[in-house]
Design a binder for this molecule. Sequence first.
Ligand code: SF4
Length: 1017
Amino acid sequence: MALGRREFLKNAGTCVGGASAIALGFAPPQAFAQETRQYKLLRAKETRNNCTYCSVGCGLLMYSLGDGAKNAKPSIFHIEGDPDHPVSRGSLCPKGAGLVDFIHSEGRLHYPSYRAPGSKEWQRISWEEATDRIARLLKDDRDKNFIEKNEKGETVNRWLTTGMLASSAASNETGLLDFKFARSMGILALDCQARLCHGPTVSALAPTLGRGAMTNNWVDIKNANVVLIMGGNPAEAHPVGFKWVMEAKIRNGAKVMVVDPRFNRSAAVADFYAPIRAGSDGAFLLGVINYLLTHDQIQHEYVKSYTNAPFVVREDFSFHDGLFSGYDPDKRSYDKTSWAYERDAQGYAVVDPTLQNPRCVINLLRQHAARYTPEVVAQITGTPEKDFLHVCETLAATSVPHLTSTILFALGWTHHTNGTQIIRTAAMIQLLLGNVGMAGGGLNALRGHSNIQGYTDLGLLSLRLPGYMNLPKDSQQTLDSYMQAVVPPADEPEQVNYWHNTPKFFVSLMKTLWGEHATPANSWGYDWLPKWDRSYDMLAYFEMMYQGKVNGYIAQGFNPLAAMPDKNRMRDALSKLRFLITMDPLDTETSNFWQNEGTYNDVKPEDIQTEVFRLPASCFAEENGSIVNSARWLQWHFEGASPPGEAWNDGHIIGTIFTKLRALYAKEGGICPDPVLNMQWNYKEPEDPTPEEVAKEANGYALADITDDKGNIVVRRGELLPDFSVMKDDGSTASYCWIFAGSWTEAGNQMARRDNTDTGLGATPGWAWAWPANRRILYNRASLDVQGRPWDPKRQIIAWDGHHWSGADVPDYPVTSPPNSGIGPFIMHSEGVGLLFAGGDKLVDGPFPEHYEPTETPVVASALGKTTLRNPAARFFADEKPRMGGPEQYPYVATTYSITELFRHWTKHSRLNAIMQPEQFVEIGDKLADKLGIHAGDMVRVSSHRGYIEAKAVVTKRLKRLNVMGKDLDQVGVPCHWGFKGATRKGYLANTLTPAIGDANSQTPEFKAFLVNVEKV
Ligand code: SF4
């Protein structure tokens, strides 16, 4: 019998005696002599964890030695894939395989250090000195600049001169502490990596489907009949998740199609590849919608019953010359009054089930998309028309009820001024095909960083609260006015309209934040939340920083100098700070922004008066806690070793600074001390809260006995909440993040569960815990018709048993509402259906998607014949205009991307990964290389209007020359992993090239399409 490694270890107990006997000299002299060498993992401690890089969330087994002997500190010496993990099943990609080198990287920080204003050096300081000084700086800046009232005399309680970036790989428990810390002080400029990656996914999917997250999950991809990969390259960026694409292809006969500017590694194993001009995906997808509607290849019954296709739109809504009705060119924004349904006498939306009314959504959409003919799409995108039609035909084949396509995308769609609308178009395609809610269907937004889904869920974005609630703004001076604005009225009678529960979620949050100090008399501490007058997203805040309006900044697990666009300008912005605090396991470019690194970072340290604190943090392997993978699974991980040297866990750092700050307020007083002093921080050790107590706080408690409608007690006072359905708006429940309720209940830590039983179609509800309510496929009621019959009996995931809904997955529907109840499956929407027309305030740039060119584009006249070429609602700072280039000077389209062996700017600190990809390169098509006389391996300079990088040229056929609007167009590929710190050779930060302009809805920067020139050096 061949034993696997796991079986071997299980049987190890019986083997030890034998091994010892061999070691004692009873071994046969020859044949078994080698076995005296002990198995390398035998005496090791095994600890479970998850990979810290991408959000596939692969399971890890970490092995450490140092078994409690005196002075023997455990040290992790081996990491391998967890074979029991239902997604990764023992696999790790080259990034995960190098994790030991990350933990032991020479770039790890071991003790706090300090850089004095104008200094050229770091100096070591103690934690006490560092945290004392930081608390002092924060308090002084806050007291001096805190704004209690705005010009109108409205209470706003905000602090704008210091901001904070929260990590994307730290645990949820750290994120909760980050939020309490920052918001108690009134910080509005609080952001996380989601701003720079999947912001547009949330802005697109929430208005279209109800929630802004990946609809299905990694394993479910295997159920698809067609896989469209566009705006992402999972074979490189999510390699282990990609195995489920191969599973669909090999075992389910799925057709895999890739549409991408490069013939990438996903394309290499796909059935079909189509090239496309970076930045034109919106036109391609609108062309698909036109194809589906003109060829009548939609899932009719689904579209009629489960989308707002039959809803009738107001007469005054219109679209002309690239602009929707209500546009104000001076403000670059829309009055959205006309983006609405007709209303009946009761105020409900008018619906025409016959779809005959020309103002029905489906008819307006048909008219809107009709401009995107195959010929026009080919002209805009450069995709050959036959390739485009092949994609259309293959997708259209899944409009029948028993076939599904899934769409996989990532930053290739988000990193555009038009990112939200690109993703929304894809979601609309899936609604038209009847693929949302189906096993093997949906919109699989492949999140990047290991916990960026969690940090988005936790509300660590400038204008958000946990659980996708909004932070109140200036005009919402009372809790009532806030609720009036955020609780959606009913659009249709009898729909679930789940957001009508917002008051329960909001009050439960406030009870978590301010505990006993949150009372009905003070509207649960409503005034203590900072109110906003405008967005303080990262782009906006760095603009303020550049203008000298920001004094302090905290970068926790974040390297903004490498991550933000237009690096040289960002460096100049950081130079204007009075103080910068970094918390990171690694020595980042950001903490060293003041160092002269020659051509890579050409600054004069003596001119930079910023004092910098570099605080060493633990990494994933050195803490307990939970992270959320792309599929919304909260997975609990365990500490395998202590952090190196004097490094602290992030919670310890935040807890210590906050405790010192509160002590200063208690002793000295200061401006608006109440939200700081009243913030509930009742952890056993306030300086170092444990992840376990914080995780329970995120789930929430009953503060009084909770009763049902009949008066029966369902949760006793002091017990953990079983789910969010028991939450109250009377202060009797506390929960930090309503969608996490159920993650740690009286039954224990649900996130640590490890039952990988497949309950059907690859669902493993016993493994970890998924929000909301442990559902693995969102909107799964839409996988059955109105009568409750599955569209495809082979992929039935829930069923009605005469009394309840149940099945392989948790129903996304009121569990006792029978078929034919009239309740729609998109329960978060007031209409109960998916939205092809997203009116009201949902989007800033139009209720239908429209293709707009990137800010820097080679196209000078629209193939659609409109004069509005670029997104008219994208925010444009006046200072940025001179930093944009045109096609005369910069004739090539560049796009940034990631490669398999490296993860952003982290893995360059890991020796194994640095060996695999030691040196910076750019990809250039062979025809462009011929034209410029460049050979493989030559050094080239790639320049934009903002700066240049120099790197080795990889000359390739992977980047085809395209024909766009009758002209040849070449594209340049710029991987984004190197910098001036780490174990690789020094390189340029790729963001030196990219423009500082963001998606109109989420302000996520346009990293994926900009103009450059290329020269041989
Ligand atoms: S980087 Fe992603 S795919 Fe690779 S091992 Fe880590 S979690 Fe898995």
